[in-house]
Design a binder for this molecule. Structure first.
Ligand SMILES: C[C@H](N)C(=O)N[C@@H](Cc1c[nH]cn1)C(=O)O
Ligand SMILES: [Zn+2]
Ligand SMILES: [Zn+2]
Length: 471
């Protein structure tokens, strides 16, 4: 361990088995927010989190968000949001941490080596869905709060924890508005505990991309058809969809939608300098991902395309045959799913129109009689902060104290949908301080967090709480 002698750090080290056991218990709850059949698990996860916060001495209000209505008319309860508090001393600064307890889908059949919902410890890593994104990072924070409390908390701590982040944080912006003059009224800083480091060196994150997520729905027949009986006689919905998905970007990742790059902030020399000293090795990335040829060859270009340029990814097709075997079917209705990561100063409503106009004109050119509909189901804004604010200085000092290195100042390619709203609605500085590793594989197979990041990350959060009042 790189940490100096400190009773607080010793307390954390002494409790690591308990911390790992708790992560194991929480990973076992299949809180996948995208799967309607698992909504009760998300609700249960929020309850378990609330109970633990109460156990370590916090107060908790559960803010109800009402129901989620699907296009089919089906309604499901939205998980309540946890609003928690540790201390309300007006002489102390107040920091509010944000994170989420829902996870992305995961099935052993996707290629996991172990059951995604059974935490496995192997070679210093803890494998399981949510170990890194975001249950492990939230638990590192909660254990830090619990430990720091034993030695006297020098700050008031608030927690704002939701259960729908992975599907775009439904209803959350309105809740931030509603709680502006109550729960958030005394909050000085917002810290998001949901982001990975760029390398094994700790990073502090001052920007994140937004995301506009689209569905293209193409409908041909009333039911799936036998391709022997109908192949060659019908306009196939899947062919239309594959065509539309194929005209979104070129082989080099350039997005072909007219106007999409118009609002991207130009790059200046000062920004270029920020990339120079970052520790980031393309060889490590190749080894981790198994990708031999990336779209960009230098550290700077690759990071800029992860952080400060938009990108378009195609995620899947609902309604298409995707099993093993050789089903000979013509799917009647298919929904293609893709998203465009947003960067400053792109605006989701502008992007929505650009995408719809483009796809409608491409579909019209094709002259298919099938029905086609484009909808934007998530429109999350990008966020970029001023990294000279006090919470950044305190985080830098905490990194130095725990790891004895200077933190990398980095941005995130992923999205925290609520980050920009926090800033806009509350007018408070936001920072992402995460403890995930660069190769944790969030959203992918065999997601993990290392025991090192989990435990030293707990010390990082505890040190941050100690340092914050001095800035
Ligand atoms: C960074 C965070 N852990 C995360 O994974 N966020 C999701 C949020 C999102 C965006 N569109 C839909 N969900 C992500 O970046 O994919
Ligand atoms: Zn997350
Ligand atoms: Zn995620």
């Amino acid at each position: 361990s790189p940490t100096p002698d400190d009773p607080l750090f010793k307390h954390i080290d002494d409790h690591q088995h308990e911390y790992i056991q708790r992560l194991k218990d929480w990973v076992a709850i299949e809180s996948d927010s995208s799967d309607p059949s698992k909504r009760d698990q998300v609700l249960h996860m929020m309850q378990v989190t609330k109970d633990y916060i109460l156990q370590i001495g916090g107060t908790v209000e559960m803010a109800e968000l009402g129901e989620q209505e699907y296009s089919s008319g089906k309604k499901l309860p939205l998980p309540p949001v946890i609003l928690a508090e540790f201390g309300n001393d007006t002489n102390k600064p107040t920091v509010c941490f944000y994170g989420h307890m829902d996870v992305q889908p995961a099935k052993k059949a996707d290629g996991w080596k172990t059951d995604p919902y059974v935490l496995e410890e192997k070679d210093g890593n803890l494998y399981g869905r949510g170990t890194s994104d975001d249950k492990g990072q939230i638990l590192a924070l909660l254990h830090a709060v619990e430990s720091a409390k034993k030695f006297g908390l020098p700050v008031n701590v608030k927690l704002f924890i939701e259960g729908m982040e992975e599907v775009g944080s439904n209803g959350l912006e309105q809740l931030v508005e509603d709680k502006k003059d109550t729960f958030f009224s005394n909050v000085d800083y917002i810290v998001v505990t949901d982001t990975p480091w760029l390398s094994t060196k700790p990073g502090i994150t001052y920007g994140a991309r937004g995301n506009c997520y689209f569905f293209i729905e193409v409908e041909g027949a009333r039911r799936d058809l036998h391709s022997g009986g109908f192949g060659g006689t019908v306009y196939e919905a899947m062919s239309d969809l594959v065509y539309l998905l194929g005209v979104l970007a070129d082989v080099n990742g350039k997005i072909l939608i007219p106007g999409i790059y118009d609002d991207v902030l130009p790059l200046n020399e000062q920004e270029k300098d920020l990339y120079k000293d970052l520790v980031f090795d393309l060889k490590d990335l190749k080894r981790d991902t198994g990708v031999n040829t990336f779209l960009h060859n230098t550290k700077e270009e690759l990071l800029m395309h992860r952080w400060r340029f938009p990108s378009l990814s195609i995620h899947g097709i609902e309604g298409a045959f995707s099993g093993s075997g050789t089903k000979t079917v013509i799917p009647a209705k298919v929904i293609g799913k893709f998203s465009i990561r947003q960067v400053p100063n792109m605006n989701p409503s502008v992007v929505e129109k650009q995408v719809s106009d483009y796809l409608e004109s491409k579909f019209a050119e094709r002259k298919s009689p099938n029905k086609m509909k484009v909808s934007m189901v998530i429109g999350a804004q990008p966020w970029l902060a001023n990294m000279s604010e006090p919470q950044y200085l305190a985080a830098q000092k905490a990194v130095k104290r725990v790891f004895n290195v200077d933190a990398d100042m980095i941005r995130a390619g992923g999205t925290i949908p609520i980050a920009k709203n926090f800033e806009d609605v509350l007018g408070k500085g936001v920072m992402l301080l995460g403890v995930g590793g660069p190769d944790d594989a969030p959203h992918g197979q065999n997601e993990k967090i290392s025991v090192y990041n989990y435990i030293e990350g707990t010390k990082l959060y505890a040190s941050f709480l100690k340092e914050l009042p001095s800035f």
